[in-house]
Design a protein around this ligand. Sequence first.
Ligand SMILES: C[S@@+](CC[C@H](N)C(=O)[O-])C[C@H]1O[C@@H](n2cnc3c(N)ncnc32)[C@H](O)[C@@H]1O
Length: 449
Amino acid sequence: MAAKTKNVRETALELLETIEKNQAYSNLLLNHTIEKNKLPQKDIGLLTELVYGTLQRSMTLDYFLSPFLKKGKKADPWVIHLLKLTVYQMLYLDRIPDRAAIFEAVEIAKKRGHKGISSMVNGVLRSIQREGVPSLEEIKDPSERLAIETSHPTWLVKRWLDQFGYEKTKEMCEINLTAPLQTARVNLTRMTRDDCIKHLESEGFKVEASPIIPEAIRALKGNLAHSSAFKEGLLTIQDESSMLAAYALGVKEDETILDACAAPGGKSTHIAEKLSGTGKVISLDLHEHKVKLIRDNASRLGLRNIEASAMDSRNASGSFQPETVDRILLDAPCSGLGVMRRKPDMKYTKREKDLERLVQIQQELLDSVAPLLKKGGILVYSTCTVDKGENQDSVAAFLQRHPEFEFDESLIDRMPAAVRPLITNSSLQVMPQDFGSDGFYIASLRKKV
Ligand SMILES: C[S@@+](CC[C@H](N)C(=O)[O-])C[C@H]1O[C@@H](n2cnc3c(N)ncnc32)[C@H](O)[C@@H]1O
């Protein structure tokens, strides 16, 4: 029993080290480790909690630890990870007694280091147990305190405070510390949502209908990616916010739709499920290996109306005739600040200058696809980020250069009722705290007739 638990913590420590060295994204690495080691369900839960929890709260844990570390004496990175992993358990996981967490940490330190390291680990953790961690109230500057308290970089907290004010920023930072929901889209070309729920329940999953999106379900127990319903093409794992893009586009049965940044095909397949007759989706993405993901998903879902090819969409206007597509989705490459709950390591690697570089690419993509749209057609611009520069300002800059486009007032009529209150100026910014879904932005523009 003890050996098993120790293995989980050792694995968590190794994962934290690899993620820190920037060798992998947390979500991909964790899934890979779970599959490779064929971990039992209870270990998967603990491993996920330890890795995500420690990453989510990394800056707070550094703050708590700092008075207990000898000044001027730099400990090895693995020792710091081990201490943070253990302090995380002591402070945030009620079901793990402090003495058990400390015992496991000292055992790992003995195994990986020398006696000096294990007694240092023991000493630091026992002092924290005895004296408690420093109060966050000691941080006087409110933005600095919010940054440390919710473990978000100070530049980002300051940027959000400027854009959204204190309350919204605090709510967003706090929800970013919680585990995301897994949601999925039922393939309505194959089965109704009610029947799909029954199908999943017969497989032992616990799911419920989404109150936001008519074809979505929320997983309460079990990973839907492992269901036979998924393998049989009845489902696509997709966040509810992401599903709004196909609604915003509002496809009609026999239209031609361009999805200019399409891989892995979450939105292309959604659009394709909504088309019928001779309608088709032209799905583009940069590289062949990404385009293969779109084709694989389309084939798993039994969709034959997607034409996927590799292309830099900044050159799309050279490959398609002007004014030949009915609707365009530009789900642009973005900073992804709306999905930080899923990839907590991202909080510490993003830099403010990355955002400016992305705005440039977003503008080039918009300029390139705009001529392909028929007069009267709809262009939906979307991102999974919460940032005015990449969202509202990007759209405003495009409209200024393109007087042939205007905001599309009819967006509100196409959107599910629950999100309508969020729409202003033919666009909407979903914050992660609105429905517990990802942060996401959508703007709908019409090419004037
Ligand atoms: C937000 S993701 C798209 C997600 C996709 N729409 C979905 O729902 O599954 C952005 C995509 O843009 C692609 N991309 C980035 N620059 C591009 C470019 N210049 N041309 C085409 N695709 C590009 C990336 O490879 C990435 O797959």
